[in-house]
Design a protein around this ligand. Structure first.
Ligand SMILES: Nc1ncnc2c1ncn2[C@@H]1O[C@H](COP(=O)(O)OP(=O)(O)OP(=O)(O)O)[C@@H](O)[C@H]1O
Ligand SMILES: [Mg+2]
Length: 491
């Protein structure tokens, strides 16, 4: 969609602040269109001619009402008109006053009433809204229509007084509540002067079967909310008094209704408020469901971690009872490997994300591995790069692979000579590279990773190829040994 800037570039002297304000107006003006059952078009005056004065306007925005049929089935955005072509627009621009009670004029098959509202920013008219309504309708307006129109006029006047759109309303209108979902009009004391049928129904859903009109909305909401077992809203009465722009939610067994309170002003004075209702029961229920699901998944990871810890405790006990030192060492190795897997589940049980913050896992892996090294205090760790979040499908095998490689460096390289353990990771989409290096004794003569019969590197190779779909190479250069692991992130 073209922005206001696209239309006025070079052709209008609007400042950034003025454009910002117009954008805020457009963000909120469905409400105006619906309340006045009218199409609204926003016109921006084009740059004046130094000699002949005003030149014309360009239409930069258009909104159709959801409460009535549109009069403009075709797009009007980008249309231009010359000064003098549409007198009401010229008049609003010149006088900075709303042009009302105009005579209907024929437009196609319809008789249409056009009224205009100047949009002011810091005392200057920067644009004009033209408002088009089918004059045939509403010869005998209902109470709803009368109330909507009165409120609309209030809001139009607030535009000229620069109190609508509300400053900093941003998130309050997101999602924008719709007039059709229920509207309440409050008088200056916060008493309901009018409640649309849908507003009345919203209260019946919440269990209030009496008349809504004539009651003080804050008190009514309070008593309705108290019917719920866990009423938490103590500030309901304050929030719904109509004094300030606010969004409040009422919840009870019947459902959840959101109330958006928009104060109506006349100059500096508050003259009442409108409250837009929105049934958000389903939305909140689904949100809650998602939270529960998240919590369940976290709980499962937590239990898996606990179970793995139990398994490693059993193995450790068994290792202590075995006399054969080889067997007991093997069991202790298994304990260590299980601990690496448990670590990934622990991380998953602590975050709301479905992915694993791997850098944190790597921190713990290094700490655990060093704790087992007799030379822990003499070693220097060089660590570079970050991996960010990884899918658990990658994180678990990767944690195991890295554990093995770090262990080998500590056990075979650094145990004898050397003092630097290097851990370098980098993620260059779509590949991840992990390099574990040491400056110890170097690989044994004739070392061939494919032929190494020991379990450690066999595990590493199997996981690298089968689970990570990557490659592993071990190289010795002088005394330095480097294990280079590479794999793609996209599965
Ligand atoms: N960083 C290293 N520096 C020197 N030699 C290494 C290094 N990494 C591996 N090696 C050599 O490769 C061999 C095979 O390693 P592997 O991890 O498969 O077995 P392991 O460490 O001996 O036993 P485990 O099954 O407990 O891991 C080691 O015995 C060692 O000789
Ligand atoms: Mg090993």
């Amino acid at each position: 969609m073209a922005s206001i800037e696209d239309f006025v570039k070079e052709r209008s002297p609007l400042t950034d602040i003025q454009i910002h304000r117009l954008r805020e107006l457009i963000a909120d003006w469905q409400l105006l269109s619906d309340l006045s059952f009218a199409d609204l078009i926003l016109w921006i005056p084009l740059r004046k001619d130094l000699v002949s004065g005003p030149t014309g306007y360009v239409a930069v925005a258009h909104i159709r009402p959801t409460t009535a049929a549109t009069l403009f089935p075709l797009d009007v955005i980008g249309d231009e008109i010359a000064h003098g072509e549409r007198k009401y627009i010229d008049q609003a621009l010149a006088t900075a006053e709303i042009v009302r009670d105009t005579e209907p004029e024929p437009m196609g098959d319809f008789s249409v009433k056009e009224e205009t509202i100047p949009v002011l920013v810091d005392g200057l008219v920067v644009a004009v809204i033209s408002r088009h309504r089918n004059a045939e309708l509403m010869r005998q307006p209902s109470r709803l229509e009368l109330n909507y129109r009165e409120i609309a006029h209030n809001l139009y006047r607030m535009i000229t007084e620069e109190t609508f759109p509300y400053m900093d309303a941003g998130s309050l209108f997101d999602p924008t509540p719709r007039v059709g979902d229920g509207l309440i009009r409050l008088d200056i004391n916060g008493v309901v002067a009018y409640a649309s049928p849908n507003a009345q129904s919203a209260f019946s859903r919440l269990g209030w079967l009496h008349e809504v009109e004539g009651t003080e909305l804050g008190k009514l909401a309070h008593s309705v909310a108290l019917q719920s077992a866990n009423a938490q809203e103590e500030s309901l009465s304050g929030g719904l008094s109509g004094k300030a722009l606010k969004r409040v939610e009422i919840e009870n067994a019947g459902g959840t209704v959101s109330f958006t309170v928009l104060p109506l002003l006349e100059g500096e004075n508050r003259i009442g408020a409108i409250v837009l209702l929105n049934n958000v029961t389903e939305l909140r229920r689904r949100e809650r469901e998602l939270v529960t699901k998240d919590a369940t998944i976290r709980e499962i990871h937590h239990r898996v971690k606990n179970n793995l810890q139990t398994v490693s405790a059993l193995l450790r006990l068994q290792a202590r009872r075995i006399n054969d030192p080889n067997a007991s060492a093997a069991l202790n190795e298994a304990v260590r490997r299980i601990a690496s897997i448990a670590l990934v589940h622990e991380t998953l049980s602590n975050t709301p994300d479905a992915s694993v913050g791997f850098d944190q896992v790597l921190d713990s892996l290094v700490t655990h591995a060093l704790e087992l090294s007799p030379r822990m205090n003499e070693l220097r760790i060089e660590r570079t790069g970050l991996l960010g979040s990884l899918d658990p499908r990658i994180a678990t095998p990767l944690a195991l692979v890295i554990t093995e490689l770090i262990h080998n460096a500590l056990e075979h390289g650094l145990a004898e000579e050397g003092s630097v353990l290097g851990i370098h990771v980098q993620s260059v989409h779509p590949d991840i590279q992990v390099v574990i290096s040491d400056d110890g004794v170097g690989l044994p003569e004739g070392f061939n990773i494919a032929k190494s019969p020991n379990l450690g590197l066999q595990i590493v190779r199997t996981l690298t190829e089968n689970e990570l779909g990557g490659t592993l190479s071990l190289i010795s250069d002088n005394k330095e040994t480097r294990a280079i692991l590479e794999f793609p992130v996209t599965s």
